[in-house]
Design a protein around this ligand. Structure first.
Ligand SMILES: Nc1ncnc2c1ncn2[C@@H]1O[C@H](COP(=O)(O)OP(=O)(O)O)[C@@H](O)[C@H]1O
Ligand SMILES: [Mg+2]
Length: 331
């Protein structure tokens, strides 16, 4: 896919957080480094990786919420570098997000009606009865009854709150939807219901970024999956390539650590034990996974160029030596 026909296209995106200590010492943290990612029309792309790997920061970059050090982001044909901050309404309505518990940030005394009407008031001319009808229609779409209109958000269950958040995001008919751990705070059953809902309501011809630390969830929802480790995208391919036949040693570790819901099935992990030297540190420009990687050698002091295998891209010097993996994420 080329940059021009992707709805979301990131090229070399780098985000650095800087801090100044009490004695004036300066700290620098590269949260995302040289990230390339595309999401086509109608596609859902997963972004997985352990906590702190930079997933949220990458999602926030697409929303224009963190400044980029380098790189370009195109969203629905707009170059984010040229649109200015804060985003004009034209772009804000194209890109919507649902976070882990998004209503938490809002006034808990606000009623559902007002919360769902808010984006419509900002981005459309709907008022009065027409506005009310659209709000009720949106609630129906996310499986909530009109009886909840007068409820305050602190009276709702976690699942209901997330449905309200999804209704708010859908209200303005976005082209791009960023879902950041949108079901992670919910219990398994409620989470599964919300996933079903998202599959039904996500913009059909839009682009969805599904951020999750849970690779098993991602497989069921996504067309393609990007794997992040310490700010780097280390592998990106179809959900079947990534979850069924992972090639980057980190993806293999991630896939092997998913609990198997069918315990009678024999699971063999390619290399039974990963020897980890707790004092080892990654080289500044090297592969961040090298200190934990059983294949690491001197070459890993430089982050590798992309290797294309089928429809996937892997960033590993050892990809030819890494055996195909006998385990896969359970479906
Ligand atoms: N606003 C911020 N200021 C400073 N550091 C941040 C900020 N946001 C995130 N970070 C740091 O950036 C890294 C990536 O964080 P994040 O994107 O939240 O990862 P993830 O979503 O994968 O858990 C972490 O080390 C985190 O502490
Ligand atoms: Mg996060």
């Amino acid at each position: 896919m080329t940059t021009t026909d992707a709805l979301v296209a990131l090229r070399g995106v780098t985000v650095i957080f800087r801090s100044t200590g009490i004695l004036g010492s300066r700290g620098e943290l590269t949260a995302v480094r040289d990230a390339d990612l595309t999401i086509g029309a109608g596609e859902t792309v997963g972004l997985v990786g352990e906590s702190g790997s930079g997933k949220t920061t990458l999602g926030r970059a697409i929303l224009g919420l963190v400044p980029m050090e380098r790189g370009t982001i195109h969203v629905a044909g707009e170059d984010l570098a040229t649109v200015g901050q804060p985003f004009p309404a034209r772009i804000r309505r194209k890109v919507q997000a649902v976070f882990q518990d998004p209503l938490q940030a809002l006034n808990p005394r606000h009623r559902v009606e007002r919360l769902v009407a808010e984006p419509l008031r900002i981005h459309t001319d709907l008022r009065g009865r027409q506005l009310q009808a659209r709000v009720v229609g949106l609630l129906e779409q996310v499986g909530l009854s009109a009886g909840l209109l007068r409820r305050r958000t602190n009276e709702l269950s976690g699942g209901q709150r997330q449905r309200v958040a999804i209704a708010r995001a859908l209200a303005v008919d976005p082209q791009v939807l960023v879902l950041d751990e949108a079901v992670s705070a919910l219990d398994v059953t409620t989470g599964a219901q919300i996933i079903k809902l998202l599959e039904r309501v996500r913009p059909a011809q839009g682009a969805t970024l599904f951020i999750s630390h849970d690779i098993a969830r991602v497989r069921s929802v996504c067309n393609r999956v990007a794997v992040m480790y310490r700010g780097r995208i280390v592998e990106f391919g179809t959900a079947d390539e990534i979850c069924g036949d992972p090639r980057h040693p980190y993806t293999q570790l991630l896939v092997a650590s998913v609990p198997d819901p069918h315990p009678h099935r024999v699971t063999t992990v390619g290399r039974a034990s990963f020897t980890v030297d707790p004092t080892a540190r990654a080289a500044p420009d090297g592969c961040p996974f090298a200190p934990r990687c059983p294949h690491a050698d001197d070459r890993c002091a430089v982050f590798p160029d992309p290797t294309v295998l089928g429809t996937r891209v892997v960033r590993c010097h050892h990809v030819a030596d890494v055996t195909t993996h006998p385990t896969e994420v359970p479906r």
